[in-house]
Design a binder for this molecule. Structure first.
Ligand SMILES: Nc1ncnc2c1ncn2[C@@H]1O[C@H](COP(=O)(O)OP(=O)(O)OP(=O)(O)O)[C@@H](O)[C@H]1O
Ligand SMILES: [Mg+2]
Length: 234
């Protein structure tokens, strides 16, 4: 088993945090020592003197971990307030996102955990600063990449584009995860998309996360998440 994954997606709000939590939950259910990392979080909430990373909180709730960890600095080294692309949110706060800082935090986590599940901010070509994107970060971390995509209309173009650029960059694409972020029932389109993505994307569909209202309002914990995971055996 590998040291973790980099979880990216075809867009923001596509289900990356939920998919990352599902991977983490399965590892932890097997007794593995595994942790979640979100190198750059924008749209943070300020609670007193702390800048709270919503994805870290959400992921921890989904896997049944305490909301705050004493490793938060490493799990989320860049916590920015503006709900925008990392390069813009950082510039607004006079911060420059430094790749080396992220890599050092990741290395420290890797030394303490068997697996680190890393979630990127938005999609593959989202800028982190004036010159680097998530793709550069993925190359540096060199983890197998899981691509989260929606099951319905539009996913073929977005997912195949994402896979093409990942491969061109020499990254190891582990597979796809589809996430039903709406309760729209599956039709022939979603069924065909699954088959087409695997055939034309030349990679496996690792699993699907089905819709649940408690995932939609972000109140779900591990018991509900487990019921929504199809496949995805790590
Ligand atoms: N299976 C599901 N059923 C219902 N709602 C879901 C499901 N999966 C995700 N959601 C909801 O959809 C929204 C987007 O999901 P999520 O936060 O995982 O996306 P993301 O790709 O991580 O977004 P971001 O780019 O902001 O990090 C969240 O409110 C989440 O709780
Ligand atoms: Mg997220």
């Amino acid at each position: 088993m590998n040291q973790g994954w980099f979880v990216t997606g075809t867009d923001t709000g596509i289900g990356k945090t939920v998919a990352a939590a599902a991977l983490l939950l399965q590892l932890r259910d097997q007794g593995r020592h595994a942790i979640y990392m979100k190198p750059v979080q924008t749209g943070c909430d300020v609670e007193g003197a702390t800048c709270v990373a919503p994805d870290l909180r959400h992921c921890h709730r989904l896997v049944g971990l305490p909301p705050v960890s004493d490793e938060e600095e490493d799990c989320c080294p860049y916590r920015l307030r503006m709900p925008a692309s990392p390069h813009l949110a950082a510039a607004r706060e006079g911060v420059t996102i430094d790749m080396e800082h992220i890599i050092a935090a990741h290395r420290r986590l890797q030394e303490r955990y068997e697996h680190v599940v890393v979630e990127g901010a938005g999609g593959v070509l989202v800028p982190l600063n004036d010159s680097l994107t998530n793709l550069d970060l993925m190359q540096q971390l060199d983890l197998p990449v899981v691509v989260v995509c929606r099951p319905g209309l539009g996913t073929l173009n977005h997912t195949l584009l994402t896979l093409q650029i990942l491969r061109k960059a020499g990254l190891n694409t582990a597979g796809l995860v589809t996430v039903d972020t709406t309760d729209a029932p599956w039709t022939d389109i979603e069924e065909d998309n699954q088959a087409t993505l695997q055939r034309m994307g030349r990679l496996p569909l690792l699993g699907r996360i089905t819709y649940h209202p408690a995932l939609a309002d972000e109140s779900a914990g591990p018991d509900i998440l487990r019921t929504c995971i199809q496949g995805l055996s790590v």
